[in-house]
Ligand binder design. Structure first.
Ligand code: GLU
Length: 437
């Protein structure tokens, strides 16, 4: 395999790292790792208002969190401004660019696009791309204040860094026609291009922060694991060609190729991400899960000692059911305190029922006579009552909501055993007033 391959991730730091951008980083990284090439990071920090040190820090942290390591020191675009201007002068000298003072605001440098014929390139994802020269326009490469424009800086840096493949979002397809002409005018071989499909929402529109979480930092905060987010983003625009979805880094590196990238838009499916994250959480070593579990519980201001059992006991049923760490406090609070909130929807659906009060009282009094409060013993009681009240659901649901405040959670009998007999009975009775219609 050819190992002269050099790719780069070239974000413009803004303080937030959009998932569409980091997906480009992931594809570049995997391409480099698969081919044995080099993966570089170039910070396009020429917009001095947005590219603050904090914005750059956020970017670097996101890269590190996702384990996107790069093979050479970071290149900051602002450090190359002299090279950009040198290239502009070269273009002026060779007649590829001219000066103009169109708006009367001072002279800027403009790059000449071809005026006839057809511009074409072969996109490794999108196929043959064409544009009539007459549909293109000359464009500014150096502003009247002397600062280089994105197109020039981007191309000159790609030349300086010896980039062989540009893998980026398809919002840059139009720019590519300009960039290729710049490469040629500067006497450089244009790189190969691969434009990744847009990430879209349910309506097929570009996925933005209005649709939900869109930044790496938000997913991190909500308790997504970096490996799960990485895996999910890889499948937004790429597929291994078999039915694998969960893949290890090694498997991804082995399977990755640009010709498996999809050209059509990739729909962001939060349900799938939650499912995938749940799979990664379930597979975590127990002590790692426990550490994060306790951190989330304590950050939420909940005491970290469960009432009737140990943290390890609680984790057994909770770990395989957790979709994100952010869900933990709300899903588990009843293990730690009597002061757990009741979901309004769950109360309306399960407790505001004609017989719910009687069911809770009867369950409580039958539990009182159980000597050894095992899962089987609790189940026997509930089954008997289920016969009387028309089915398991009629009893299980109100009991669950009464003792936990929510309608979903671990298996009911396991949960009751962990909460303990006396506490369960007290909770059932305490919830009875809430059943009043
Ligand atoms: N800074 C540009 C962006 O973030 C770079 C695009 C590219 O990869 O060439 O969109």
């Amino acid at each position: 395999m050819c190992n002269n391959i050099r790719v780069r991730f070239a974000p413009s730091p803004t303080g937030n790292v959009h998932i569409g951008n980091i997906r480009a980083a992931i594809f570049n990284w995997l391409f480099a790792r698969h081919t044995g090439g080099k993966f570089l990071l170039r910070v396009e920090d020429t917009d001095l208002e947005r590219s603050t040190p904090e914005a750059i820090k956020t970017l670097l942290e996101s890269m590190e969190w996702l384990k996107l390591d790069y093979d050479e020191p970071v290149v900051y675009q602002t450090a190359n401004v002299n090279e950009h201007l040198k290239a502009a002068r070269k273009l002026l000298d060779s007649g590829h660019a001219y000066k103009s003072d169109k708006g009367g605001k001072g002279e800027c440098i403009i790059f000449k696009m071809p005026s006839e014929g057809r511009l074409e390139y072969n996109d490794l994802v999108k196929g043959r791309m064409r544009k009539k020269a007459e549909d293109t326009q000359d464009f500014v490469i150096v502003r009247s204040d002397g600062s280089p424009v994105f197109h020039l800086a981007n191309v000159v840096d790609d030349i300086l860094q010896g980039i062989t493949h540009v893998i980026r979002g398809d919002d840059h397809v139009e720019n590519t026609f300009k960039h290729i002409e710049l490469f040629k005018a500067l006497g450089a071989q244009p790189p190969a291009y691969a434009h990744l499909p847009m990430i879209v929402n349910n309506m097929g529109k570009p996925y933005s922060k209005r649709d939900g979480s869109a930044f790496v930092g938000e997913f991190r905060e909500q308790g997504y694991l970096p490996d799960a987010l990485f895996n999910f983003l890889l499948l937004l625009g790429w597929a291994p060609g078999d039915d694998r979805e969960i893949m290890s880094r090694e498997e991804m590196i082995k399977a990755f190729s640009l010709d498996r990238c999809k050209a059509s838009a990739a729909r962001f499916d939060l349900k799938k991400l939650r499912w995938m994250n749940g799979e990664y959480i379930a597979a975590m070593p127990k002590d790692e899960f426990k550490k994060e579990f306790l951190r989330r519980v304590s950050d939420a201001g909940i005491p970290t000692e469960p009432l009737g059992c140990t943290v390890d006991d609680v984790i057994v049923p909770v770990q395989p059911r957790t979709k994100t760490f952010g869900d933990i406090p709300a899903n588990c609070i009843y293990f730690f305190t009597e002061d757990y909130p009741f979901s309004e929807a769950a109360v309306a659906k399960r407790l505001k029922q004609p017989e719910a009060g009687r069911i809770l009282e009867e369950t409580a009094s039958r539990f009182e006579s159980i000597h050894d409060f095992t899962e089987e013993a609790a189940e026997d009681v509930i089954k008997e009552l289920a016969e009387k009240y028309g089915g398991m659901g009629a009893v299980v649901h109100p009991v669950r909501v009464a003792v936990s405040g929510v309608s979903e959670g671990p298996g009911l009998f396991e949960m009751l055993r962990l909460i303990g007999k006396e506490r369960t009975i007290a909770r059932l009775r305490r919830a009875i007033p809430q059943t009043a219609l």
